[in-house]
Design a protein around this ligand. Structure first.
Ligand code: FES
Ligand code: FE2
Length: 385
C-alpha cells in the first residue's frame, strides 16, 4: 500500500500505486484509496488526462436543426456546442471576447450568440458579427475577433471535444470498437432524456461500478441477477484504449427486445448486451435493440453531475404510441442506477476511512484493473516490462 504522499513525491507514489495494481490480473488489486480521494491526484487526472483526451459532451441528436445549441462546462471552461447555417457542428468557448460573460447558457435554438452583457453578437461558428457603440476604439476589427474553438470529432454521432488542439483522431485510436458499433447506427438514433443525478462520489467509483457485472449478485439481486447472472459476465481482451464487459443471458437465449433487433448483429450480440468505457470515461451500453450512455460533468474529486441518456431507434421519440414504452425504459434506468448509487455512495464513504486499503479484485473485474493501469500510465507511472 503506497505510503508516499502524492504531493511529497509524485513519482514514488505512482510507482507504488503501480506495484499495488499487480503485474497480472490473477494478482490484481485496485488503485490505492488516495487515488479516489486526494484532490492532488484528481488535479493530476484533470491536467494529464481530461485536458488531453477526447471527452464526450453530447450527441448530434440533441442539436438536429440549424441554430440548435447546448452548453456545458469542461473543467470550469464554459463551452457551447452549436449547429451553424451550413449544418456544421462547432465546439466554442462561450466566454465573450469583450469582458468575459458567457454569451449563452442552457440549450435551445438561436440565430446568433448574443452576449447578454453589452450585446456583442457572434455567428454560430463563433465569428463576431456586431459590437454596438465601439466606434472610436482604434484598431478594433470585429472581423478579426471570434470565440475560440475547441477540437471536435463526431464519433458514432457522439460529440467529442478535446481541450488539446493537437489531439489525434479518436476513431483512429479505437478501430476495433468503431467497427463493432457500426450496425447500431448510433448517429441516427433518437436521444431520450436525460435523467440527471448530482453524484457525490469520485468519478472512478461509478466507472468501476459500470464496468463489472460482479455486483449483480448483490446490488442488483432482483433486477439484473435473475436474467444476467454475475458469474456469466466476462471481459474481452482489447488492445485499444477502452474496455468492454459482456453480459450474457442466464440461459443463453436471445435477449428480450422492445424494438426491432438492429440489423446485422451476430447470434452472440443477440444473447448478451455489452457495456463499454471508452477511456477516460465515456460509458455506454449497447443492447440488441437500443443503447444508452452516461454523461459526466466533473466538478471535483468527490462530485460530478451525471446525465443518463437512452438511444432509441430513429422516429421513436415522436411516435405517441411509443411514449409509454420510453417512459418505462427511463423508469427502469432509474431503478438500476438508484441501486448503483447505494454501491457508489457506500464505496465513497468507505474510501474516506483510515482503514481503507487497495482491495483484491475478482477475475470478473478485469475491466477495472485495465482502466486503473491506463490511468497510472497516463499520469506517467513506469509500466513494468
Ligand atoms: S461582456 Fe459580452 S458584450 Fe460585454
Ligand atoms: Fe450496476
Amino acid at each position: 500500500m503506497p505510503q508516499t504522499a502524492l504531493r511529497s513525491n509524485p513519482e514514488e507514489f505512482l510507482a507504488q500505486a503501480q506495484e499495488t495494481l499487480g503485474p497480472t490480473m490473477e494478482q490484481a488489486s485496485t488503485l490505492p484509496p488516495a487515488c479516489f480521494t486526494d484532490p492532488a491526484f484528481y488535479a493530476r487526472e484533470v491536467e494529464d488526462i481530461f485536458k488531453k483526451e477526447w471527452l464526450c459532451v453530447g450527441h448530434v441528436g440533441q442539436i438536429p436543426n440549424v441554430g440548435d445549441y447546448f452548453t456545458t462546462d469542461l473543467f470550469e471552461e464554459p463551452i457551447v456546442i452549436t449547429r451553424d447555417r451550413d449544418g456544421q457542428v462547432h465546439a466554442l468557448s462561450a466566454v465573450c471576447r469583450h469582458r468575459w460573460m458567457p454569451v449563452i447558457d442552457g440549450a435551445g435554438n438561436t440565430k446568433t450568440l448574443s452576449c447578454p452583457y453589452h450585446r456583442w453578437t457572434y455567428a454560430l461558428d463563433g465569428q463576431l458579427m456586431a459590437a454596438p457603440l465601439m466606434e472610436g476604439a482604434e484598431d478594433f476589427d470585429p472581423k478579426a475577433c471570434r470565440l475560440p474553438t475547441y477540437a471536435l470529432e463526431l464519433w458514432h454521432g457522439w460529440i467529442f471535444v478535446s481541450m488539446d488542439p493537437a489531439a489525434t483522431s479518436l476513431a483512429a485510436r479505437v478501430p476495433t470498437l468503431t467497427a463493432e458499433l457500426a450496425p447500431w447506427h448510433i448517429e441516427e438514433m433518437d436521444v431520450v432524456g436525460p435523467i440527471e443525478y448530482d453524484s457525490p462520489f469520485n468519478w472512478k467509483v461509478l466507472v468501476d461500478n459500470f464496468m463489472e457485472g460482479y455486483h449483480h449478485l448483490a446490488i442488483h439481486a432482483e433486477t439484473f441477477e435473475p436474467p444476467h447472472p454475475a458469474k456469466l459476465t466476462y471481459v474481452d481482451p482489447v488492445e485499444e484504449p477502452y474496455s468492454v464487459l459482456r453480459i450474457p443471458t442466464r440461459d443463453g437465449s436471445p435477449m428480450e427486445t422492445t424494438f426491432p433487433v438492429v440489423e446485422g448483429l451476430t447470434d452472440r450480440q443477440r444473447r448478451e448486451f455489452s457495456v463499454f468505457n471508452l477511456y477516460p470515461n465515456h460509458l455506454f451500453a449497447v443492447f440488441p435493440d437500443y443503447a444508452a450512455w452516461y454523461q459526466f460533468e466533473l466538478k471535483s474529486v468527490d462530485r460530478f453531475n451525471l446525465k443518463i441518456f437512452l438511444l432509441a431507434p430513429k422516429g421513436t421519440k415522436d411516435d405517441p404510441a411509443r411514449a409509454d414504452t420510453l417512459t418505462g425504459m427511463q423508469d427502469m434506468a432509474r431503478v438500476i442506477h438508484e441501486e448503483d448509487i447505494i454501491a457508489c455512495e457506500g464505496a465513497q464513504k468507505g474510501l474516506m476511512s483510515a482503514t481503507a486499503a487497495p482491495g483484491r479484485l475478482s477475475l470478473l473485474e478485469r475491466a477495472i484493473w485495465e482502466h486503473h493501469g491506463w490511468i497510472l500510465e497516463r499520469l506517467g507511472a513506469q509500466v513494468p516490462a
